[in-house]
Design a protein around this ligand. Structure first.
Ligand SMILES: [Zn+2]
Length: 161
């Protein structure tokens, strides 16, 4: 039997790919930090633990920006445009707060978000920048309303509308 370890292992130079991945990681990290000023604290685990798996998956997509929105799909060369069908960039804040395509689906979420409506960190269970960490906790009903909205639209699904 031939010795398989005689086969030369090709040397892969991944400096460009590694740099791209590192850049992408930094960009994604920046977005996540913007979404939650307390990103690394224990509340994130409690937040995910309080949700069912499908809800947690949707929440993770919204908190990281790694999802079926064109802003992300363009970054990984899946689509040619970062724009939504409405013509504006298809980002998480646009999707949750302002896209004209989801006005009806947004009503219940908007009520649940109350006076913090259109605050991205609040919507996804993050601590808004500038809010005191003392006594701050994500509001479960707010996060659930955000997740329910995202699921109702089907917009985050692969090949979603
Ligand atoms: Zn739109």
């Amino acid at each position: 039997m031939a010795r398989t370890n005689d086969v030369a292992t090709p040397t892969v130079t991944t400096s460009t790919a590694t740099q791209r991945a590192a850049t992408r990681g930094r960009t994604i990290g920046r977005f996540t930090k913007r979404v939650d000023a307390s990103y690394a604290s224990g509340h994130t685990k409690h937040l995910y633990d309080a949700l069912m798996a499908a809800q947690a998956a949707v929440l993770a997509q919204l908190r990281t920006g790694i999802c079926g929105l064109n802003s992300y799909l363009r970054r990984i060369n899946i689509t040619d445009t970062q724009d939504c069908e409405c013509g504006l960039p298809d980002t998480v804040p646009h999707f949750l707060s302002s896209c004209s395509r989801w006005i009806e689906e947004r009503r219940t979420m908007r009520e649940a978000h109350g006076e913090w409506w259109s605050n991205l960190p609040h919507a996804v269970g993050g601590r808004p920048a500038g809010a005191s960490e003392e006594g701050w906790r994500p509001i479960r009903t707010v996060v659930l309303a955000t997740v329910a909205f995202a699921k109702a639209t089907g917009h985050l699904d692969p090949g979603g509308v």
